[in-house]
Write a protein that binds this ligand. Structure first.
Ligand SMILES: [Zn+2]
Length: 444
């Protein structure tokens, strides 16, 4: 809708009405009695390991049985999940129709993965899947202490303000949801105070944001040595990776807890952080296997997330390799008391890496900007000769030549001193069409 001509050419007031009506219809379709009931059932799993285990094994069994019965790709496999092969995006893409169930009743909703690695994958869902997904989102909101009518800010990838519009306001309102929606595409330094004021003036109680967007605002607050002026219950982040350092920064500057959610459109895994900062694997959302993927520089165990979705009978994916890595935790229980297994952190996309001077792949780029003052957003672009342009959005008052040298030195320390590094200031980092920021781009 946001890219339609009618929306783009309407005055702000009409855009608010259009956006609110769309939200109202979506809300009515998703948040029905069934969703409410399921949300309650899911919340009941939080502290009850027996109930969780039963739900888990019952659902997995059902998924495998139905897949064998209905899905061409899975007809030759037995009951035990270990007999099923690992699959990945490329495999699904080349066998698209073989994963589709013939039992198509009701509305079919198509969505697509963002395609940060490889070709995007188009996945159909039925209404049941959408409602179930909503129930899991509701539980996350419950964890974050957000209640039904709380005023929320939405700072994610929706193109609510056309890209070519250079003058504010860069936000719109959804009346029935008590929500202010802010554009992730206009976060230039000169606009940032306006964003903060808009949320404060609206009296926002919780924020749902892309990490790259909320981190930009937190860094702006930090470089001005100030804090968010409103009172927030919590912030929920999702859809991009969020480093521990950035999470702590947002919590400090916005004076509330960040609940970070990892999920993907394939719906094969969901991992959520709680109020104690531990990441819990939602074992009632999907069946997750963590397969060994080597060790970190510090000798910690790394694993790849491999998942089997529970909530898409129209397009079941079994033992799907996500290409996303986590670090394992030694902890077996969390002070929050919830019974879901714990991991230490999500390392994010394997695709987000640069190549060092010896040809080694450097995955963790979050540490490079550490300690550099005045940086609002960063992106690394590596050319065919391995040289690197660091695109930066900066606070001009703080980011001086000393900071620039520090950033270049940090980069060289990670990648090798023979690699040519330059820093280029930009107004905004280019976002993908979903509004996300890629941490690293390799032009080879
Ligand atoms: Zn916890």
């Amino acid at each position: 809708m946001f890219t339609s001509k009618v929306y783009r050419l309407s005055p702000v007031f009409i855009q608010n009405v259009l956006l609110s009506s769309r939200a109202f219809i979506r809300k009515k379709l998703r948040e029905n009695k069934e969703c409410e009931q399921l949300t309650k059932e899911l919340i009941a799993h939080d502290y009850d390991s027996e109930a969780l285990k039963q739900y888990q094994s019952k659902t997995l069994k059902k998924v495998l049985t139905e897949a064998q019965r209905n899905i061409a790709f899975y007809q030759r496999f037995a009951d035990d999940i270990n007999t099923f092969p690992y699959i990945d995006k490329a495999e699904v893409n080349s066998n698209k129709d073989k994963f589709l169930s013939p039992n198509k009743s009701g509305v079919v909703i198509k969505g697509s993965t963002s395609g940060t690695t490889g070709a995007p994958l188009s996945i159909p869902q039925n209404m049941q899947s959408v409602i179930t997904e909503q129930a899991f989102i509701n539980r996350m909101m419950h964890w974050a202490g957000i209640e039904h009518n709380d005023k929320r800010a939405w700072l994610r990838g929706d193109m609510i303000v056309p890209q070519e519009q250079k003058k504010g306001p860069f936000w719109r309102y959804s009346y029935f949801e008590n929500m202010i929606l802010l554009s992730s595409f206009h976060l230039a330094q000169k606009n940032l105070d306006g964003y903060l004021n808009a949320m404060q003036n609206y009296g926002v109680q919780a924020i749902q944001a892309y990490p790259s967007s909320i981190v930009t605002l937190a860094k702006h607050l930090e470089s001005n040595d100030t804090y968010y002026q409103g009172t927030l219950k919590s912030i929920i982040t999702s859809s991009e990776s969020l480093s521990k350092e950035d999470k702590a920064l947002v919590e400090r500057r916005f004076k509330c807890t960040v609940f970070d959610w990892y999920g993907l459109f394939e719906r094969v895994a969901a991992i959520a952080s709680c109020e104690h900062g531990r990441y819990h694997i939602m074992t009632d959302y999907s069946h997750v296997e963590l397969t060994p993927a080597g060790k970190t520089e510090n000798g910690r165990d790394r694993a790849e997330i491999v998942g089997t979705n529970f909530n898409n009978s129209l397009y079941p994916l079994i033992r799907y390799k996500t290409g996303d890595h986590v670090l394992l935790s030694d902890e077996t229980s969390c002070p929050c008391g919830r019974v879901f297994p714990i991991i230490d952190s999500i390392e994010g996309r394997v695709g987000d890496y640069l190549v060092g001077e010896d040809g080694q792949n450097i995955h963790i780029l979050n540490h490079i900007p550490k300690g550099v003052q005045g940086l609002l957003a960063t992106q690394f672009v590596q050319k065919a000769d391995f040289s690197i342009d660091i695109l930066v959005v900066v606070d001009d008052g703080v980011f001086n030549i000393e900071q620039q040298n520090k950033l270049m030195l940090n980069t060289k320390e990670k990648l090798g001193h023979s690699i040519k590094v330059s820093v280029k200031k930009v107004d905004a980092i280019q976002r993908t069409k979903n509004g996300k920021i890629k941490q690293a781009i390799r032009e080879f």
